[in-house]
Design a protein around this ligand. Structure first.
Ligand code: ZN
Length: 285
């Protein structure tokens, strides 16, 4: 994919406007208060975004940002596909590495030590080697206003090596996130952008997850429910502060339905009943 300098400039301006609008909202004291525990993480993401180089149709991470926690943002039209060849996207950012180390360390004992070293240990250290064939490809359907994508892979642990029936033998691991905004929409509203910031927080918090196959769709649903909650909270707070907002009806409606069925101890649990209810009201996720 190659953009003329003028086109590149227009896309950069679109990204700048969209992020500035969202970040200005996140800086408002009333919004910070409404977002509670989420506020600090979201504004932390807001402070780490940058536009990467795209030359001759290839996206590369500039030297200054390699190995850092900075998060690249690109703008694509509906249906455009961006394939990212830079191996930096098969690495984790420093926060993700830290999250993986502490997670994997906590698993040490239930596994045979040799298998642990060969498999689980490699989750923490091998980085690129975990994703030999994967490449980051990002594209947006017409219904996607934005998305967070990453290179991901599965790591399987031989069942014979498990010393406890309570531990997983299949893990989903992910590398650094990329934020894509839908340029066809001409304006990415704060409710959309902040929903994606919530996904970035998630991808840095849960880099490795136990993922037996039937669990993975549920995991994705859980993340969506949480991101909708963050987006809906922002929209309510913006309304309360008299700020102008676009139509975020679906985000708010989904969160309202979730709240009526949420378990106290696990508010974003994607139960079959909740997912069925959302689908029935044409709010499927
Ligand atoms: Zn989402």
């Amino acid at each position: 994919m190659y953009f003329t300098p003028n086109e590149t400039q227009q896309r950069h301006a679109f990204i700048d406007h969209s992020l500035e609008a969202a970040n200005a909202v996140l800086a408002e004291p009333q919004i910070v208060e409404a977002l509670g525990d989420y506020a600090a993480d979201l504004s932390d993401v807001a402070g780490r975004l940058y536009i990467p180089n795209a030359r001759f149709g290839r996206l590369t991470v500039p030297r200054a940002y390699r190995g850092t926690d900075h998060i690249p943002v690109v703008a694509l039209e509906t249906g455009e596909r961006l394939r990212v060849y830079d191996d930096e996207f098969k690495e984790r950012n420093p926060r993700q590495r830290e999250a993986v180390f502490s997670e994997v360390e906590s698993w040490g004992t239930p596994y045979d030590p040799v298998v642990y070293a060969q498999n689980l240990g490699s989750i923490a250290t091998a980085r690129c080697k975990i994703y030999p064939r994967q490449q980051l490809i990002t594209s947006l359907a017409a219904s996607n206003l934005a998305a967070v994508s990453d290179v991901r892979a599965h790591v399987d642990i031989p069942t014979a090596a498990l010393r406890s029936p309570d531990v997983a033998n299949r893990y989903l691991v992910r590398a650094r996130p990329l934020l894509t905004l839908n340029y066809s929409k001409k304006q990415a509203d704060p409710g959309v952008v902040v929903h994606e910031y919530a996904h970035i927080v998630q991808s840095e918090r849960e880099v490795v997850i136990a993922a037996p196959e039937d669990n993975e769709a549920m995991h994705d649903a859980r993340w969506e429910l949480e991101a909708y909650h963050v987006g809906a909270t922002l929209v309510h707070a913006m309304r309360g502060a008299g700020m102008e907002i676009a139509d975020y009806g679906k985000q708010v409606k989904r969160d309202r339905i979730r709240q009526t069925q949420a378990a106290q101890d696990d508010p974003f649990r994607p139960t079959a009943e909740l997912l069925g209810n959302l689908a029935q009201q044409k709010l499927g996720i």
